[in-house]
Design a protein around this ligand. Structure first.
Ligand code: NAP
Length: 255
């Protein structure tokens, strides 16, 4: 048996206690990366960590609010100490504060901007030095098909479109250091987030999913694993020439 001579890459996945983030953390660990499972509360990430370690992987749960610069800095330092320098970052943490424009509060707007846009900025700024020092880095930002506009989501669609511009700028600035940046823009994925949307509009989740599937060319809604699979490719060693892209993972074509 040959001994492993190089340390595994270290990834941070934000919002990894559940949904797409949890599936991504589990997938990246299965791919051989050590994974920091970052979420608002450290305790919330324990289940994801347990699933990873039970399968033979390496992970730690880290509690931090991605919209708070000091918490982000401390979290990234902790990852570097406990797992090693992080060179893969998946900015996945997200919240919804849906409302039609005339009913949308300033706080609805600020919360969504702070978690999605500012959170991705703060996390990437804190991690980029490790990537530049290593001459290798992979950033994946979670955008959304809602970036193209969606009723009731003026805040969310603006943040998700903003993340696409942020991604392309990272690709331009960091490319020469071996760092790629891409955005994954999911369509309808069955998670607590879409379950909450169903509840908000007063629909049974199964009926809501079936109605959505009726408009999707592959005739089903997506799973967190569909997104994790795409992220796994984008952060892989061989994907170094794919950068600044927005990959729609929506079961059909979107521009
Ligand atoms: P989810 O099930 O609601 O999970 C989101 C996770 O992010 C939760 O664990 C949440 O923690 C955490 N989080 C929220 N605010 C945070 C903060 N300030 N700091 C750290 N963690 C925070 O969502 P999901 O459906 O998996 O979505 C994941 C990402 O994909 C989001 O960016 C979302 O916008 C995007 N997306 C989802 C879909 C979809 O159909 N599901 C489609 C397109 C894009 P708490 O539980 O404590 O709130």
């Amino acid at each position: 048996m040959t001994e492993q001579t190089t340390a595994p890459r270290v990834a941070i996945v934000t919002g990894a206690a559940r949904g797409i983030g949890a599936a991504t953390a589990i997938r990246l660990a299965a791919d051989g990366l050590a994974v920091a499972v970052l979420d608002l509360e450290e305790s919330a990430g324990k289940e994801t960590v347990e699933r990873i370690t039970a399968a033979g992987g390496r992970a730690v749960a880290i509690g931090a609010d991605v919209s708070d610069a000091e918490q982000v800095q401390r979290a990234v330092e902790r990852v570097a100490t406990e797992l090693g320098a992080p060179t893969v970052l998946v900015n996945n943490a997200g919240v919804l504060r849906d409302n039609l424009l005339f009913k949308m509060s300033e706080s609805d707007w600020d919360t969504v901007m702070n978690v999605h846009l500012k959170g991705a900025f703060l996390m990437t700024r804190a991690v980029q030095k490790h990537m530049v020092d290593a001459g290798f880095g992979r950033v994946v930002n979670l955008s959304s098909s809602s970036a193209q506009g969606n009723r009731g989501q003026a805040n969310y669609s603006a943040a998700k479109a903003g993340l696409q511009g942020f991604t392309k700028t990272l690709a331009i600035e960091l490319g020469k250091f071996g760092v790629t940046a891409n955005a994954v823009a999911p369509g309808f994925i069955a998670t607590d987030m879409t379950a909450a949307t169903a509840a908000r509009v007063g629909m049974d989740f199964e009926d809501f999913k079936n109605a959505a599937a009726g408009h999707i060319p592959v005739a089903r809604v997506g799973t967190p694993e569909d997104i994790a699979h795409t992220i796994s490719f984008l952060v892989s060693e061989g994907a170094g020439f794919v950068s600044g892209q927005v990959v729609y993972v929506a079961g059909g074509p979107l521009d």
